[in-house]
Design a protein around this ligand. Structure first.
Ligand code: TLP
Length: 343
């Protein structure tokens, strides 16, 4: 059976044209800084984000973890949203790799307010950890890809400036936020000391993320990429996929947002599925399945038997993610499966 795979936008496979770009990539040993395609990608991304430098890394998780490590000392504290990828899905890596304590904040749909952050910053005392870093996620995965509002980022930035804190952006899907809002990447670049973005999600590359910051930040990040085992050799093959992705697949994300809106709207008519349409802002849809009377596992199995793959989410919910390897026709087919099962 050919599944309609809506588990994540990470499941996309490189297209023929992307594979051709990879095949033709000029390569060199990147641990020596000699891979021309990696160097081109790093210059290009730094320019797009209006920053001095950037560093190609194997994954979004490594990108976040290197940034946290560079910004902090062991025993420091970092502020994160309680539903952020860094807090939930990175296997406590900030504690393990950077030796920091995470202070989780109860953001609403991933949005922590400046006031909440202000309250969470520790006063100076020898018996308290030092707050060093604020981490923001945009778009927010566990809130169906909702967008962190720019005016709140500005307010948080003001607080960070006044308290000498650094700001990190987990922008795995910042591409989606920018396409949807029209906010240019260099605007985000102004507010954050470090940004991590992924090529292997909606942009359709097989592997790769990049971290962006000042020249001195990226020099230090390069040390930690090596320490964390992320120094790569003839990796221009993957940088070529990333360059192809930024040249061809950013604007296309709009189509994924349309698919998500359509899918969410259709599902919202069903008795047994609850959808918060306000949260459907980019390429994800989260539906609460409590009214089906079945467990998450049972619902996911039932869908699978009918050829549709989704993932579990918090609070008896399931998640569907739209991407470039799922056509509108397949989305329609998935809607029909839901209509048959959960009318
Ligand atoms: N997210 C994956 C899963 O790990 C949940 C997904 O399918 O959405 N930041 C954010 C906001 C992410 O959503 C992800 C991946 C990462 C970082 C980590 O990226 P990778 O998988 O490249 O380490």
């Amino acid at each position: 059976m050919q599944f309609i795979d809506l588990r994540s936008d990470t499941v996309t496979k490189p297209s023929t044209a992307m594979r051709e770009a990879m095949l033709n990539a000029e390569v060199g040993d990147d641990v020596y800084g000699e891979d021309p395609t990696v160097n081109k990608l790093q210059r290009r991304i730094a320019e797009i984000f209006g920053k001095e430098a950037s560093l190609f890394v194997p994954s979004g998780t490594m990108g976040n973890e290197i940034c946290i490590k560079v910004h902090t000392q062991p025993g420091d504290e970092i502020i994160v949203d309680q539903d952020s990828h860094i807090f939930i899905y990175e296997t406590a890596a900030p504690s393990l790799l950077a030796g920091v304590q995470m202070m989780p904040i109860a953001g609403i749909n991933g949005v922590m307010t400046a006031d909440q952050i202000k309250m969470a910053i520790r006063p100076s005392a020898y018996y308290l950890p030092r707050t060093k870093l604020i981490c923001i996620e945009n778009t927010h995965g566990r809130s169906s890809g909702s967008i962190f509002p720019l005016d709140e980022i500005e307010r948080i930035h003001d607080i960070a400036q006044g308290t000498n804190l650094k700001m990190h952006l987990d922008g795995a899907r910042l591409w989606n936020a920018s396409v949807e809002t029209g906010i240019p990447f260099n605007t985000y670049g102004k507010y954050f000391d470090s940004i991590s973005v992924c090529f292997s999600k909606g942009l359709g590359a097989p592997i790769g993320s990049i971290i962006i910051g000042s020249k001195t930040f990226i020099e230090e990040a390069t040390r930690y990429r090596k320490i964390f085992g992320g120094g790569m050799r003839q990796v221009g093959i993957l940088a070529a996929a990333a360059l192809y992705a930024i040249d061809h697949n950013i604007e296309r994300l709009r189509e994924d947002h349309q698919k998500a809106r359509y899918f969410a709207q259709e599902l919202s008519h069903l008795e047994q599925i609850e959808i918060n349409m306000n949260q459907v802002q980019t390429n994800m849809v989260i539906g609460n399945i409590s009214k089906t009377g079945e467990s998450q596992f049972e619902v996911l199995e039932l869908l699978k038997v009918h050829g549709v793959l989704l993932t579990p989410e918090r609070h008896s919910s399931i998640r569907a993610v739209m991407h470039l390897d799922v056509s509108m026709q397949q989305v329609d087919q998935a809607v029909k499966v839901f209509q048959t099962l959960f009318m």
